[in-house]
Write a protein that binds this ligand. Structure first.
Ligand code: GH3
Ligand code: MG
Ligand code: MG
Ligand code: MG
Length: 311
């Protein structure tokens, strides 16, 4: 069992000091304050495992402090009330007001140690729960990232693209906005692989993907690996006039990467061909329809000699 962090609140100096000392001797970390307001102020920075709250205090009663803390901090921390009264009704009421246990002052050493032990079990459980939920959260985060990400290029994968494209279609259809889909294919990539090797091919795809990500990083822009050496860019609220400029810019950006390609029939560096479609969707199109259409446009760019875009 670990030491607990105990926030002790009692307005009477001597009682507070005595109890604080005892708690410290039992191995706990104690923060002792003299009023409810101080307790509320210190609460979040101290981050206690247990509250020991005197009920009778001049500025704010212990039960009021408990109520406020329960409101302000939804994460539940056990509270033991301290009181000079030992009437059963008082004890019952204090538990009703949000307490978890009750200690009568002057506090009996053996009872104090026993009740702290019980609270310690709760504190340990809380820590375990917290740890487990943090682990679960980060595992979930990793998983959802892996599910949507392409392993080689670390950009969005086909699965994510499909979802987003369908969302794009219905959103732009509903709002009557144009959007653009660009399909990009690395030129003469088979001979690149054959000549430089598959590893170098992988590196080339990573560089192209990274450049795409740099060129299209604004809100409403998505870059994804469609498959193999093919990528797709979605541009929200983008008409043909702007899309043409974007394709031109991308062509230039890829040229500036200057990835040597001695086997290309188009250039001495790696180039890409682009097929682009800009339109206001009716909302009835599907992602599959769109891939088919834009792939045909891309094919025209290939036919016309590569390293170019066709709209
Ligand atoms: P074109 O200019 O007409 O596009 O010709 P191309 O050679 O690029 O087209 P083709 O479809 O014949 O070749 C694509 C090549 O891309 C073949 C395949 O081995 C390679 N490829 C697909 N995925 C990967 C990958 O993840 N890594 C590597 N290194 N190569 C890949
Ligand atoms: Mg008091
Ligand atoms: Mg291809
Ligand atoms: Mg190709």
């Amino acid at each position: 069992m670990e030491a607990m962090r105990i926030l002790l609140v009692d307005d009477v100096h001597i009682e507070r000091m005595q109890l604080a000392m005892r708690l410290q001797r039992l191995g706990h970390v104690v923060e002792a304050v003299s009023s409810g307001q101080e307790a509320i102020d210190r609460y979040s920075t101290f981050d206690p495992d247990l509250l020991l709250l005197d009920i009778s205090m001049p500025d704010m009663s212990g039960t009021e402090v408990a109520e406020k803390i329960r409101q302000l901090y939804p994460e539940w921390v056990p509270i033991i009330f301290l009181s000079g009264h030992d009437e059963p009704e008082m004890i019952a009421k204090a538990i009703d007001m949000g307490g978890d246990d009750y200690l009568v002052k002057p506090v009996n050493k053996i009872v104090l140690a026993a009740k702290l032990k019980a609270m310690q079990r709760i504190a340990d459980m809380r820590h375990q729960l917290k740890e487990a939920s943090t682990k679960l959260e980060s595992a979930n985060e990793m998983l959802s990232q892996q599910v949507n990400e392409d392993g080689l290029t670390r950009i969005a994968n086909r699965r994510y693209l499909d979802t987003k494209l369908n969302e794009f279609i219905s959103w732009h259809g509903r709002n009557n906005f144009p959007f653009t889909i660009i399909m990009i294919d690395v030129d003469h990539f088979k001979p690149f692989n054959d000549h430089y090797g598959h590893l170098e091919g992988d590196r080339c795809l990573q560089m192209v993907a990274k450049e795409l990500k740099i060129q299209f990083s604004r809100a409403g822009e998505l870059v994804a690996r469609y498959g193999g050496e093919e990528f797709v860019v979605l541009l929200s609220n983008c008409d043909k006039t702007r899309a043409v400029r974007e394709c031109e810019r991308l062509k230039e950006a890829i040229r500036q990467l200057e990835i040597p390609h001695s086997q290309s029939l188009t250039s001495d560096t790696v180039t890409v061909s682009q097929g682009m479609v800009s339109w206001v969707p009716t909302g009835l199109e599907t992602a599959e329809n769109m891939y088919e259409i834009v792939d045909k446009v891309l094919y025209k760019a290939k036919e016309q000699g590569r390293n170019r875009f066709v709209a």
